[in-house]
Design a protein around this ligand. Structure first.
Ligand code: AMP
Length: 414
């Protein structure tokens, strides 16, 4: 099977490793990155240009295109690829609005009866103020458009909340959901839906969840503390009603439905939907997936997921620790030389080759040290050993990825 993978971050490197592990797969990635180059042929493309991606898919004779990031999906890349008669794993531009617009997602959730935070879509300070009054602190203010995981402010500080709303223009203001967060990835062809292992990521830059939100500083799976039946409950209460509502609207969602949940005292509540694999949770979930990835994604892309055999998982746990550049999540410093990244388990997120051929940092999140172990403590130890072997000047990383879970300290509010 000839597969074209679109994107060039850590999620795409993890997808590339999963796809290339299958000897029947011939992988091309565009634009890819220096880590992906070890397992795929790289081609250049503007990933958000639907015609360019579709033309490349034709050029490489792709049997399947897998779109990693959200921006190409919202731009309609999957529609353009399917327009050439090529199977594509990724939702249409219309269906990707589940991620592209927070207000659209809330509307679908309401129509589908999905448990989520109460919310108001606001377009002016006159609408923002009463919404903040009603919910009280902590305030949750979300940019309505795509913001690469950084458009949300959760704060006790009313002035900060009002400033973020004013800076964004259109926002969704919502009730704060208290409880540990879960990321559940669901592979779907629009009708049949297969959940992957739930994972947890760490959004804040600092240990103990201190500091500003980021795109994600690490993740682990599986979740030993999750309530029994969690996945079945979420499939029944969230995923199937949402897929049905999307079909009803004439925008069936086929691809990866990412369900971000808070496990509150009243049960799971949806925090957000995304239209693609999450980064860095993909790194840990795919590290544990034994079933060949290309066959699974091809089944979803061709409407034959109901006939796909049940997934097989490796025993044990997986942990990924993100190494971020100096000054991230502000404007990251780039161009720093990286050494020690050749070892197995190093996933490239924001790297490039200098003209002299050296591996250098080229983004906010630079590398993800990813390891599997017999249990969470062993996986943590192995991931941090990889971190210790990599050198990047000014690198920031959290030391507590998966720690609370390994020590049995993750609690659902009562
Ligand atoms: P989002 O982009 O919607 O996933 O939001 C980013 C992060 O903000 C989430 O992962 C949560 O940590 C936090 N967050 C978003 N909405 C809420 C909420 N209603 N209650 C509590 N935390 C939230």
């Amino acid at each position: 099977m000839r597969v074209l993978l679109v994107g060039g971050g850590g999620r795409e490197h993890a997808l590339a490793l999963g796809l290339a592990a299958d000897p029947t797969v011939q992988l091309t990635a565009a634009p890819g990155n220096p880590g992906i180059a070890a397992v795929a042929t790289l081609r250049d493309v503007t990933a958000t240009d639907p015609d360019a991606v579709a033309a490349l898919a034709v050029d490489v004779g792709a049997d399947l295109v897998v779109v990693g990031p959200e921006a190409p999906l919202v731009a309609g890349v999957a529609d353009a690829v399917r327009g050439k008669g090529i199977a594509c794993f990724g939702p249409s531009g219309a269906a990707a609005q589940l991620e592209g617009s927070k207000a659209f997602a809330k509307d679908v959730m309401t129509a589908a009866g999905v448990p989520t935070a109460r919310a108001y879509a606001c377009a002016s300070p006159d609408q923002v103020r009463p919404a903040l009054d009603e919910f009280g602190p902590p305030y949750v203010v979300k940019n309505d458009g795509l913001a690469a995981g950084k458009g949300v402010v959760v704060t006790e500080d009313r002035a900060v909340a009002e400033r973020h709303a004013a800076a964004c223009g259109r926002v969704v203001i919502e009730e704060y959901l208290a409880g540990p967060e879960v990321s559940l990835f669901v592979v779907t062809d629009g009708e049949a839906a297969v959940p992957l292992l739930p994972a947890q990521d760490f959004k804040r830059i600092g240990d103990g969840d201190a500091g500003p939100n980021t795109g994600g500083m690490g993740a682990y799976a599986p979740l030993g503390w999750a309530p029994p039946g969690l996945v079945d409950d979420v499939m029944a209460a969230v995923v199937h009603p949402t897929l049905a509502e999307m079909r009803r609207r004439g925008a069936p969602f086929a691809g990866l439905l990412y369900v971000g949940l808070a496990i509150t005292r009243d049960g799971p509540r949806v925090i957000e939907f995304n239209a693609r694999f999450g980064d860095p949770e993909t790194q840990v979930v795919l590290a544990l997936l034994e079933t060949p990835l290309a066959g699974l994604l091809h089944a979803a892309a061709t409407g034959s997921l109901a006939a796909h055999p049940p997934l097989r998982w490796r025993p044990g746990a997986a942990v990924t620790v993100v190494l971020a550049a100096a000054n991230y999540p502000g404007t990251p410093r780039t161009g720093d030389v990286i050494t020690g990244a050749e070892r197995p388990g190093v996933i490239h997120a924001g790297t490039a080759r200098s003209t002299a051929g050296a591996l250098v940092s080229a983004g906010g999140r630079v590398l993800c040290a990813t390891a599997v172990g017999a249990d969470l403590a062993a996986a943590r130890a192995a991931a941090y050993e990889i971190v210790g072997g990599v050198s990047l000047d000014g690198a920031q990383f959290r030391t507590d990825i998966g720690l609370a879970a390994a020590e049995g300290r993750v609690a659902i509010p009562r």
